[in-house]
Design a protein around this ligand. Structure first.
Ligand code: AKG
Ligand code: FE2
Length: 219
């Protein structure tokens, strides 16, 4: 059975006459005509929080390394300059920062134990982000067409002491504000297609590091 032989419509189970058309009438997946089994995946909106991945001194070091690189005003696909307000730099892997990549890789490996996404590795350098007062990033998805179409997982790392800023929470749809994701050195891993935003910084400065883990694109 190939997708070219569409349409494929599920058959309601015998005796179901509620009038409600569920996407998956049994909750256990479909057997498509031709016998192909389409299984549901309960993890596609999972968000994993890993605490204490980096200690305070390591977070400081990462902030310094990020600041020592060429820095740019944060950009995104929106033409509205207030859509994303931050200062960014890119950190390629080198001998001196290998430990950062290794630690992120280990966290990703642990998180992906549950998600089981098909991953190839870091598809781009680590992204260091600094948000000052008024900074933030409105709703977006990190997975887009074109150059970002291989992003499978998004990883955010809290580098600042929570006492150093107010606001700046990460909010995911439909999960809401990630209240438990504030401790310095904690890492949040989520599917790159999940819409998210960074709420405006009310005061102080928030540093974060973002990684994108790539893999074969959806098709
Ligand atoms: O600041 C963060 O924690 C996440 C930033 C973000 O969503 C992005 O750069 O795509
Ligand atoms: Fe993002």
């Amino acid at each position: 059975m190939s997708a070219r032989e569409l349409p494929f419509l599920w058959a309601p189970p015998p005796g179901s006459s509620s009038g409600i058309a569920f996407i998956d009438p049994t909750g256990e997946g479909f057997t498509a005509p031709g016998g192909e089994r389409l299984r549901p995946n309960p993890h596609l909106q999972d968000v994993q929080l890993l605490e204490g991945v980096f200690d305070a001194a390591e977070c400081e070091r990462i902030i310094e390394l990020g600041r020592s690189r060429p820095r740019w005003d944060g950009r995104c696909t929106s033409e509205d300059p207030s859509y994303r307000v931050c200062v960014t730099s890119w950190m390629e892997q080198e001998a001196g920062n290998r430990w950062i990549f290794d630690r992120v890789a280990r966290a990703v490996h642990e998180a992906n134990g549950i998600l089981a996404f098909d991953l190839s590795g870091f598809g781009e350098p680590l992204h260091c982000v600094e948000y000052g007062a008024g900074g933030g990033f409105e709703w977006h998805s990190d997975l887009t067409a074109g150059r970002a179409s291989n992003r499978k997982l998004s990883v955010s790392i809290q580098l600042s002491d929570p006492a150093d800023y107010r606001g700046g929470e990460l909010e995911l749809c439909p999960h809401g504000v990630m209240k438990g994701f504030r401790a310095r050195g904690s890492v949040l891993v989520f599917p790159a297609y999940i819409p998210h935003r960074v709420l405006r910084i009310e005061s102080g400065v928030r540093h974060a590091m973002v990684a994108w883990i790539h893999g074969p694109a959806f098709r």
